[in-house]
Design a protein around this ligand. Structure first.
Ligand SMILES: Nc1nc2c(ncn2[C@@H]2O[C@H](COP(=O)(O)OP(=O)(O)OP(=O)(O)O)[C@@H](O)[C@H]2O)c(=O)[nH]1
Ligand SMILES: [Mg+2]
Length: 306
């Protein structure tokens, strides 16, 4: 069976090949000087690390006064060290502990643009935490297929899925679903929502309504608003973080589809520009293709350091 680290390495292959290939081109025959540092900065920006993180890394390289004859392997190691330092504050343990003083469940609302992997993430997480009392709420009432998709994950993991009729009001459904979760003494509730683009204010208002209505059942809910990101969208993900955070107080991220992209550097840009806990990362469609985010492992795989 493939281990998580192997999956991570394979998943990040497109990103790491682009980055390490570029480093190799710059440093194989040439010395480390102002010009090559400039080229390295350009390569980092083109690899979706963002301007801020790229500048931070290059200024650290200048401060460190590295040996001018440094080779590409050493450059990769130095880069991994700097990238780990930027990513480290985003490392966080899974946030699903039930509140000890109350009998209400830990409520997690999954939000994000269309196709960011919300429903799949809920399915994968439900499998990961199946030793806990979990239920799911099918809050994507826009698409009939969305309810079905969540129901399949529910069946697979033997979990109760609270569903409404197609097209019903999502806020009302969440209200009823939370009451049922309390009755059933669930520890954790994962709520799926419809995909919404960050610039559609009407849909953002609907999300705020869902949250407000849930608070009538459990005042502290949702305990976590988790934004799912599709890594293939690259720098647009930065805009999604900024807007969703300002609209609905997102307090954690899950980054999916790192396997289908050369844009794995985007996590570094997010960490430098709008840091939030990155609770999980996804590197495939399978049930085991999601795990907690570890800064050092991520950086090592991005730079192909074994
Ligand atoms: N390669 C890859 N595919 C993924 C990953 N996560 C999700 N997918 C796929 O991406 C597609 C969209 O995933 P969904 O979970 O339906 O996304 P969603 O955010 O719920 O989409 P909407 O409900 O339409 O907004 C599905 O085909 C998933 O199997 C991942 O980490 N890697
Ligand atoms: Mg969905």
């Amino acid at each position: 069976m493939t281990s998580w680290l192997q999956k991570l390495g394979l998943g990040l292959k497109k990103s790491s090949s682009a980055l390490t290939g570029g480093i190799n081109d710059i440093f194989t025959k040439r010395k480390l000087d102002v010009a090559t540092l400039g080229e390295l900065e350009e390569l980092l920006i083109c690899s979706d690390l963002g301007v801020k993180a790229s500048e931070m890394i290059i200024s650290r390289f200048s401060e460190k006064r590295l040996d001018k004859n440094i080779g590409d392997a050493e450059i990769r190691r130095e880069l991994a060290t700097e990238i780990t330092a930027i990513l480290k504050p985003c490392e966080a343990p899974a946030p699903f502990s039930p509140s000890p003083q109350t009998s209400s469940p830990c409520v997690c609302l999954f939000v994000g643009v269309n196709g960011a992997g919300k429903t799949t993430t809920i399915g994968k997480l439900a499998a990961k935490f199946k030793n806990r009392r979990i239920s799911l709420i099918a809050g994507d009432t826009f698409r009939a297929a969305a309810v079905e998709q969540l129901a399949v994950w529910g069946e697979r993991n033997n979990l109760r899925v609270f569903k409404g009729t197609p097209g019903c009001d999502a806020a009302a459904l969440c209200y009823d679903g939370l009451q049922e979760a309390i009755r059933q003494k669930d520890e954790i509730v994962f709520i799926d929502t419809a995909g919404r683009l960050q610039n559609k204010t009407g849909l953002m208002d609907e999300l705020r309504k869902i949250i407000k209505v849930m608070q009538k059942v459990i005042p502290a809910a949702p305990h976590h608003i988790l934004l799912c990101l599709d890594a293939t969208t690259g720098s647009n993900a930065l805009d999604q973080v900024k807007t969703f955070k300002s609209m609905v107080n997102v307090n954690g991220l899950i980054v999916n589809k790192l396997d289908g992209t050369a844009k794995g550097g985007i996590l570094v840009a997010i960490a430098a520009e709008n840091p939030l806990p990155i609770y999980f990362i996804g590197v495939g469609e399978g049930i085991d293709d999601l795990d907690t985010f570890n800064a050092a492992d991520y950086a090592a795989n991005l730079l192909e350091i074994s």
